[in-house]
Write a protein that binds this ligand. Structure first.
Ligand SMILES: C[S@@+](CC[C@H](N)C(=O)[O-])C[C@H]1O[C@@H](n2cnc3c(N)ncnc32)[C@H](O)[C@@H]1O
Length: 244
């Protein structure tokens, strides 16, 4: 299910922040426990023990979602697609290549392109060479190419791709105009009858509205279960499936 290679951690500082908060919370719990000034210090000690556990579980869920959950989810989503010889696939914000490589493995008849700006804050060890190394490890080199570029201004002609995927990348564009431009660009390079699959932790309603405005038929946002909980159900990824 998970291709060979190293795919990093998405926004790698987040789980460490949760571990840091858990450590502070544990220290406060111990302080209240040792204070022993009455029932209320005992109650507060237990409250901070509970907070510590929640933060530790949150960090664990985040690492799970990034290292395993994301791959299980895309494995499920990619099964829905059917591609023929000559079909072209574009992965927006491909990072170290996870979804692009999974697509190229599942559909040997298709050619896949991943585009990214390779921001290291968005994925640890993010680089074109890391994506290419993962591609080589999976033996699909000639069917998968990477381009350095911005998904708000795609360097491809109109109607080029049959399938466009975006995994946890669109929310990294920080302005609504930028996200709208990325969706418009995706639709511009999508062939008639083509499909867009998006997984994201934020703003999938916004993407759905723009896709609908541009004339696509959209299913979702649909929740993806606990494996997509980036710390907890309050940060659950959802998917969109849109057909032109
Ligand atoms: C959280 S990572 C996800 C990477 C990959 N899709 C995955 O699921 O493993 C988000 C990616 O989006 C890329 N990204 C952010 N803004 C971008 C933009 N405007 N154009 C292209 N890529 C972008 C980042 O460099 C990063 O690789």
């Amino acid at each position: 299910m998970k291709p060979r290679g190293k795919y990093g951690i998405d926004a790698p500082w987040v789980p460490w922040l949760w571990i840091g908060i858990a450590a502070v919370s544990a220290a406060v719990a111990v302080a209240f426990g040792l204070w022993g000034a009455g029932w209320w210090t005992v109650a507060l000690a237990w409250y901070f023990v509970a907070c510590t556990v929640v933060y530790l579980i949150g960090a664990g869920l985040y690492w799970h979602a990034s290292l395993l959950g994301k791959f299980a989810i895309w494995d499920r989503l990619l099964r829905r697609v059917s591609l023929s010889t000559g079909d072209r696939v574009l992965d927006l914000g491909c990072g170290r290549g996870s979804v692009a490589i999974m697509t190229a493995i599942r559909y040997p008849e298709a050619s896949v392109t991943g585009i990214d700006l390779w921001r290291v804050g968005d994925q640890s060890g993010n680089s074109r060479s890391a994506a290419e190394a993962n591609t080589a490890l999976n033996g699909i080199g000639e069917r998968l190419a990477f381009d350095t570029g911005d998904m708000t201004s795609l360097p491809y002609p109109d109607a080029t791709f049959t399938l466009i995927t975006a995994s946890l990348s669109l929310h990294n564009i920080h302005t609504p105009e930028g996200r709208r431009m990325a969706i418009q660009e995706a639709v511009r390079v999508l062939a008639p009858g083509g499909r867009v699959l998006i997984v994201d932790i934020q703003r999938t309603r916004e993407y759905a509205a723009e896709l609908q405005r541009l004339g696509l038929t959209v299913s979702g946002p649909t929740r993806l279960g606990w494996r997509s909980w980036w710390t907890g159900p309050w940060m659950a990824a959802t998917e969109l499936d849109a057909i032109r």
